[in-house]
Design a protein around this ligand. Structure first.
Ligand code: 1GP
Length: 241
């Protein structure tokens, strides 16, 4: 499966993409089959798996179980090197370019090499930009970095563009899981204006209206986790027609 090229093709066909984020720290293995069956009925196009704090060595079984129930591409959204599993189709090879902690800019990436070179995972270089959202999030806590000020839209846009110039194939604007303020339309519009790679937006999106607003402002792929975990009715709002 050529995940990145499929994303580009979908976007050139004016399709919008939705990833459901499953955090193994927040979901039991036994709940997965029911959850994925619901995901399959929605407009979701991708499954992301990962989290800031995931117990070591559970990812293989976790992703293998997801695969049993869906044909959607499964992409690792890693919080740590230990979350790499060959069971998935691809990995967002993140560099936290909003932060100034070398561990999340390059050290973890070096540690990942020995695992990745023996895997079949498609590696997708991704510039990961954390934006302050009104409360501290786990990415901030775990990475020990300062998010960008959500009012400094120019700095956010320049950081995204710098990521593109560095060769990142995707830019991910992250408000953080359960964010109080999702990434605003103003930020998305500004970043998108000058960006030539696909834009991912996630964190704090809880309604269909917010999802549509993100798409209309220029998000190419939206990531939603908490809303699906917390509210079984949310699935119903996003049923495929
Ligand atoms: C977090 O962007 C994702 O990394 C999704 O956030 O859980 O708030 O949807 P939510």
């Amino acid at each position: 499966m050529d995940i990145y090229n499929n994303i580009l093709t979908a976007l050139s066909n004016k399709e919008k993409l939705l990833a459901v984020l499953i955090d193994p720290d927040k979901m039991e293995l036994t709940s997965l089959s029911g959850f994925i069956k619901n995901v399959n009925k929605t407009i979701a196009t991708h499954i992301f798996v990962g989290g800031s704090i995931v117990e070591d060595y559970i990812m293989d079984d976790f992703v293998a179980e997801i695969k049993k129930h869906t044909t959607l591409p499964i992409i690792i959204f890693p919080g740590d090197v230990s979350q790499i599993t060959n069971q998935a189709n691809a990995i967002l090879f993140l560099s936290l370019i909003s932060g100034r902690n070398p561990e999340y800019l390059i050290d973890k990436q070096i540690q990942a090499v020995s695992k990745l070179k023996d895997s079949n995972l498609e590696v997708i270089p991704t510039g990961y930009i954390l934006i302050e959202n009104g409360k501290e999030t786990s990415v901030q806590r775990v990475s020990k970095t300062k998010p960008l000020d959500r009012n400094n839209v120019q700095l956010i846009a320049d950081t995204a563009k710098a990521g593109e110039y560095l060769g990142k194939k995707l830019i991910y604007l992250e408000a953080g899981s359960g964010a109080k303020h999702a990434i605003s339309s103003e930020i998305i519009l500004k970043v998108k204006q000058n960006l030539n790679v696909p834009l991912i937006v996630g964190g704090g999106i809880r309604t269909k209206e917010q999802l549509e607003a993100a798409f209309n402002s220029g998000a190419d792929l939206v990531v939603i986790g908490t809303a699906f975990e917390d509210d079984a009715n949310f699935f119903k709002q996003l049923i495929k027609t």
